[in-house]
Write a protein that binds this ligand. Sequence first.
Ligand code: TRP
Length: 430
Amino acid sequence: MTNVRVLTGIKPSGTPHLGNYVGAIRPTVRASREPGIDSFLFLADYHALISTHDPQRVQRSTLEIAATWIACGLDPSRVTFYRQSDIPEILELTWLLACVCGKGLLNRAHAYKAAVDKNVAEGRDADDGVSMGLFMYPVLMAADILMFNAHRVPVGRDQIQHIEMARDLASSFNHLYGEHFTLPEAVIDEHVATLPGLDGRKMSKSYDNVIPLFAPREQLRRLIMGIVTDSRAPGEPKDTDGSALFQIYQAFGTAEETATLARDFAAGIAWSEAKERLFERIDREIAPMRATYDELMAHPERVEALLRAGAAKARAVATPFSARLRAAVGLRSLDDLGAAVGSGPATAKAALPVFKQYREGDGHFYFKLTDAKGHVLLQSVGFESPKAAGQAIARLKADGWGNCPDLHPLINAVAPPERIEAALATLRRA
Ligand code: TRP
């Protein structure tokens, strides 16, 4: 049985905070260590270009995010960890998918619709400030997923529609060109903790209430001392319900440690002491990762080497798959045209004799030569490989039937030799 392929993209933007760590990084790293899973994790840097035109920022974020994930325990030897832009096949697939994607499908994408609605509400042109990158974003995301035939894609709720679109595009493509793509499923983790921030609301950059994941120890302490609490004095019992401090502690402490803190809340622990305990508890988990992070940030070349190794692993899948997809849509070498007809509209060739290659249930590769009217002239026996069959055809075309006596045991002449020679001569001139 093959492993389940799980794939997630991380948009490199902004500095990761404790909320990202608890809600996304830590659970994803843990999941990537489970047996029976092939995990694909990538830095979505093509996506980053949609929201920023600052080259330094793109590069810097890529380093920060890669270093963060590795420092948090992502093991590049078990996970395929790569940078999207190292896999040019993804862009090629984006185009193939764009050509089976109705524009109307993208008109309905939430992110695009939100931009349009806002423009219209504010009296601007509907597409004001909308780049084709933003509009095409779901197609790029579908290519990310379908390139590796991921079974499962863990995402936030806001991304479900994009996974649905990836399924739609995969189905359209499969319908037109054969079964190439696995239909991916979105996986929504209902249990992920959303961490409160300094002010008690959800920790988020947009509320400016975040604790950076790798803040230096002293800054971490200072920030934690600033978490909002009520005004109960030392000795007064305190509520765990609705306490941001308690909730954050819970995301780091064991069940036992958390129970102890709950008892101490009831017994009237001073807020300053509770904060000190929270600080030490978080720092105990983060400090070793912070050391690794600082080390990696000081050595970008190590991160680069890891990403390149990841790209090589990813391309070992992407390059051959891409070749298969190109052939499927008709981006093919012209070399095989002479021999293999039998797919696609053939009206223009109707007036010519034709070699037809095909495979039988016995697994062998056959061909026949028919004349312009469709009468069979030659019928081969079964060859071991399509290549061997193709070579025989090439020799017949080049040299004629009479000049290839060694092929006669492998090919039955169904018509008189002169008709066979005439058909081959026609093909040679064609
Ligand atoms: N769009 C995702 C986000 O904003 C990131 C992403 C890009 C992604 N490509 C992906 C997620 C493929 C899952 C699969 O969070």
